[in-house]
Design a binder for this molecule. Structure first.
Ligand code: PLP
Length: 472
């Protein structure tokens, strides 16, 4: 017994630094804050892309390393490399955000370490998650009894939605190979990936022809469903996009919703990129019919400018979500006393989960929603401004965009545009990305980073001119 107590005492002394003193905490916080202030003071002017490779000198070892050294290393090998996702100059792919208030939400969530998967463990954390979901339900006109979940991002949110569609329509066994899903040729690849993960890799996927604005052609959709029914197949889901990644196109949601209803199919909308533009009054009409969806995905880490790590899914058919995600186990019996209340863990593959509700809720509380609307509207106008400027440089442009993604190419064709893209990446002042659209190599301009301003678009234009003149 004596040895046991001595040993406990010895070990307890050895890890005192795991529970730092107030002075130590303040020292670390002060240094992290100084780093953050320096970083944030540069986000308007820093280059969008740095192609250098990291060269870490630290290994993970038994002993501690001083925070100053760690922050230097972080600056050299992490925060200054790759795409500067927190900067004004990220105009590639679908830009993320990184508003400051969300970082404070994450900090508080980590300090108090709420267990956000179960109401029993943290009723307040779950209430905050639910209040964010209730706001989303209200915004998108989903009924009160629909369910939702805050996920790590759009991919997992789509996975939950597609799993519910599968279970609602009982797509299993022999039915799988006869079941048909209808999608845009430009649907985000995470939907295809989700289908494979949930055992629907062998369903028939009809990639629909798009109109001149890259939206689903509903006549083609209608005809294809009729054709498939005649063939004895089982059409069961249509996936529409409210903002495709390639061109920002919003599919005709209302028309698609009506078709889904006519054929009693599940209607899923992936609005991970475009959904929050619904907050902008002048653009609401584009989303007409969004409330008809059986399931809807939006990504706060895109359209609400939050740092990466939060998506959201809303689903109208509670039981279809529970079928895959609700579980009980003996060791959960204390937590499952309240049978009427759903836990986030009943609606998602996750049990323990990051209290990501707080990083959404806190910024919405601290700022209110009006500023988000203004910022989103300005991004839509900046897209029009960017197109004007590109036109003045005599670039060829894609069709007038629905939202904040547009694309251009050089008259000299694919080779020239491809070389230009390479020079733009080498230059790195503003980060753009390329795609293949309509059989052509194009350069995309995706405007969603909250720090992107008119001055950033002017920088982009100067960069394009600089790179083009190096080519001729
Ligand atoms: C339309 C769309 N859906 C889904 C996703 C995937 O979201 P995430 O990267 O958050 O998993 C994206 C990502 O850009 C997207 O643009």
């Amino acid at each position: 017994m004596k040895n046991l107590l001595q040993e406990i005492e010895r070990l307890e002394k050895e890890y005192t630094s795991l529970i730092p003193s107030e002075a130590k905490r303040n020292e670390w916080l002060h240094k992290v804050n100084a780093f953050s202030s320096k970083f944030l003071s540069q986000t308007d002017t820093t280059s969008g892309y740095n192609s250098s490779k990291p060269n870490f000198t630290f290994t993970i070892s038994d002993g501690p390393i001083d925070i100053e050294k760690i922050l230097n290393e972080y600056e050299k090998n992490v925060s200054s490399l790759g795409i500067q996702a927190a900067s004004a100059a990220h105009l590639g792919y679908i830009p993320g955000g990184g508003i400051y208030a969300a970082a404070l939400g994450d900090y508080l969530a980590a300090i108090t370490n709420e267990y956000a998967g179960m109401k029993f463990a943290s009723p307040g954390a779950v209430a905050i998650e639910n209040s964010v979901l209730d706001w989303l339900k209200e915004l998108f006109h989903f009924p009160e009894d629909s369910v939702g979940n805050l996920t790590s991002g759009g991919s997992i949110a789509n996975l939950i939605a597609l799993t519910s569609a599968r279970d609602h329509h009982n797509i299993s066994g022999d039915k799988i190979q006869k079941s048909v899903i209808y999608v845009s040729q430009h649907v985000h690849h995470c939907n295809h990936k989700a289908l494979r993960i949930i055992g629907l890799g062998d369903v028939i996927i009809r990639e629909l022809k798009l109109d001149d604005n890259f939206r689903i052609e509903t006549t083609e959709l209608h005809n294809q469903i009729d054709h498939d029914l005649k063939m004895g197949l089982l059409p069961f889901m249509i996936i529409a996009s409210a903002g495709t990644t390639d061109t920002g196109a919003v599919d005709p949601l209302e028309k698609i919703g009506r078709i889904a209803k006519e054929y009693q199919m599940w209607f899923h909308i992936d609005a991970a990129y475009g959904g929050f533009f619904y907050l902008v009054d002048a653009y609401k009409h584009l989303f007409r019919g969004i409330q008809m969806a059986d399931s809807l995905v939006v990504d706060p880490h895109k359209g609400l400018f939050l740092p990466y790590g939060v998506g959201a899914v809303l689903i109208k058919h509670k039981n279809s979500v529970l079928q895959s995600h609700h579980y009980t186990a003996n060791y959960m019996q204390d937590a499952n006393q309240d049978h009427l209340d759903l836990n986030p863990a009943d609606l998602s593959p996750e049990l323990s989960k990051h209290f990501r509700g707080l990083r959404v809720w806190l910024p919405l509380q601290l700022h209110g929603i009006a500023v988000f609307k203004s910022c989103l509207e300005e991004k839509l106008l900046l897209t029009l401004y960017a197109r004007q400027k590109l036109r003045e440089l005599s670039y060829e442009l894609g069709p007038a965009p629905d939202l904040s993604v547009t694309f251009f190419w050089h008259k000299k064709g694919d080779d020239f545009t491809r070389k230009l893209m390479q020079l733009i990446h080498d230059d790195g002042d503003v980060f753009l990305s390329s795609s293949n659209i309509g059989g052509r190599f194009v350069i995309r301009v995706a405007i969603l980073a909250f720090r992107t301003k008119k001055a950033t678009i002017d920088r982009m234009i100067l960069m394009i001119k600089r790179c083009e003149s190096a080519l001729v």
